[in-house]
Design a protein. Structure first.
Length: 437
């Protein structure tokens, strides 16, 4: 076999290898861990796992020291979640036994007190570290095994946004109006982008871009490495919803009673669907459908009967709606044929993903603003009654799954691209040289 043939074979082999590293385009992932809010960096809120929570079977409940707004992260058989009382918990996913806790000390108490210790942010777990925001204005990083603090960064306002960790960086919003990018290992600030108001929305990170909403009514697309603005889309209301970015489209809700579908590259609106109330809920995307909750507010009441919607992801056409007794701020979880979501009416709901039929509901003793998470066959969610709940018959520790390119360091991908390009040029040159002779 001559040199040109060898070069050509190497080129083809590396090209196939590179194509195997391309990000998963499906709206679901095979990983059965739940490492961050809404599962993954594109915030699908869905997974291919098989739930055992097909009936209202309570596996366990764990009582924290206060209200639980945050949504659980589950990695390697451990549940990570915080409370309004300023304690970050690590629990055994099988039986709720406490592995460690980390207490935040602040001078004021409660989520209404600026600088208080409340943890409304959901945790992100990556490479043995746990990241979350707090009402004391800090972003925290803890050791996932021990709960010891690795670093913290003080922003200019409450941090209720859920961190996203991608390629060695942490992306998170703050009530000081900024979207931040930190070095994941040491907490050094890489960049910040200032919006026109506080940022509660949580960033989706995909294809070198960061997508996030702001209470200034805008949806932003920023450069992942520099924080420079790529585009802005203006809605008619505050944006507290977090985006899901699937198949080139950004799905996100607004306080103007709309769910939007926006072209991820251009920022142009593809469609919008008008609900009966605010859309603070973050959409889940699975199998060509978009699922989201809404919150109908009455001036004489806290809120009134509100709907969970299932829409066609391409057109925005309504497929079904399910009416709860009160508002829905919780973001839906989609596992196979089931949709799980919490309500202000204290209930955790399990709905049929195709029809919206109520399969089961479980009444907690407080409102359920927490968004359900899934791992090991079980569904996990927090409640204002101070408890974290696990539904299912048995927790099975997930087996490891191959990482997609979206979870590989960008420098690794770039190196492979450069190598393939060089070998391609060498291969072509050798072929041309051989033809000349």
């Amino acid at each position: 076999m001559n040199k040109s043939s060898n070069a050509f074979i190497i080129f083809i082999t590396l090209t196939i290898f590179l194509s195997s590293l391309s990000p998963i385009s499906s709206a679901t992932s095979s990983s059965d861990d739940w490492p961050m809010f809404h599962h993954d960096l594109i915030h699908t809120g869905s997974t291919l796992g098989t739930p055992t929570a097909t009936t209202a079977t309570l596996l366990w409940n764990f009582t924290t020291n206060s209200v639980v707004w945050a949504s659980p992260a589950i990695v390697d058989g451990r549940v990570y979640i915080g409370s309004d009382g300023g304690i970050a918990y690590c629990l055994n996913a099988s039986d709720s036994s406490e592995i460690w806790n980390y207490t935040i000390h602040a001078t004021t108490q409660g989520r209404q007190g600026a600088g208080g210790p409340a943890i409304g942010s959901s945790m992100a777990v990556s490479d043995g570290l746990v990241y979350f925001g707090c009402y004391d204005r800090n972003v925290y990083c803890l050791n996932a095994s021990t709960g010891e603090k690795a670093w913290n960064y003080t922003t200019g306002g409450t941090v209720e946004s859920n961190p996203s960790v991608a390629n060695g960086y942490v992306y998170v919003g703050s009530w000081d109006g900024n979207v931040y990018c930190f070095d994941a290992l040491n907490g050094n600030k890489i960049w910040n982008y200032t919006t026109g108001s506080l940022v509660e929305s949580s960033a989706a990170v995909v294809d070198g871009k960061v997508y996030v909403g702001s209470v200034d009514s805008n949806i932003y697309c920023l450069n992942e490495t520099s924080g420079e603005k790529i585009w802005i889309y203006k809605t008619g209301g505050i944006v507290q919803s977090s985006p899901a970015v699937v198949d080139g489209h950004v799905y996100i809700g607004s306080g103007d009673n709309n769910l939007y579908c926006i072209d991820a590259s251009t920022g142009e609106k593809v469609w919008n669907f008008t609900t009966l109330g605010w859309v603070d809920s973050s959409p889940a995307v699975a199998n060509g459908h978009v699922y989201v909750g809404s919150w109908v507010v009455d001036s004489n009441k806290d809120d009134i009967a509100s709907d969970v919607y299932c829409l066609d992801a391409s057109s925005g056409a309504k497929i079904w709606n399910f009416t709860t007794q009160r508002g829905v701020n919780s973001s839906p979880l989609v596992v196979g044929e089931y949709v799980y979501i919490g309500g202000w009416d204290h209930n955790v709901y399990c709905l049929d993903a195709s029809t919206g039929e109520n399969i089961w509901s479980y009444a907690t003793r407080g409102s359920v603003n927490s968004s359900p998470s899934f791992s090991g066959g079980c569904v996990f969610v927090g409640s204002w009654d101070h408890d974290v709940y696990a539904f299912g018959t048995q927790f099975v520790i997930p087996t490891s799954s191959p990482r997609s390119a979206s979870s590989l360091p960008s420098e690794v991908i770039n190196t492979v691209i450069v190598v393939v390009a060089i070998l391609a040029v060498i291969g072509i040159a050798l072929v041309l040289r051989r033809r000349k002779h």
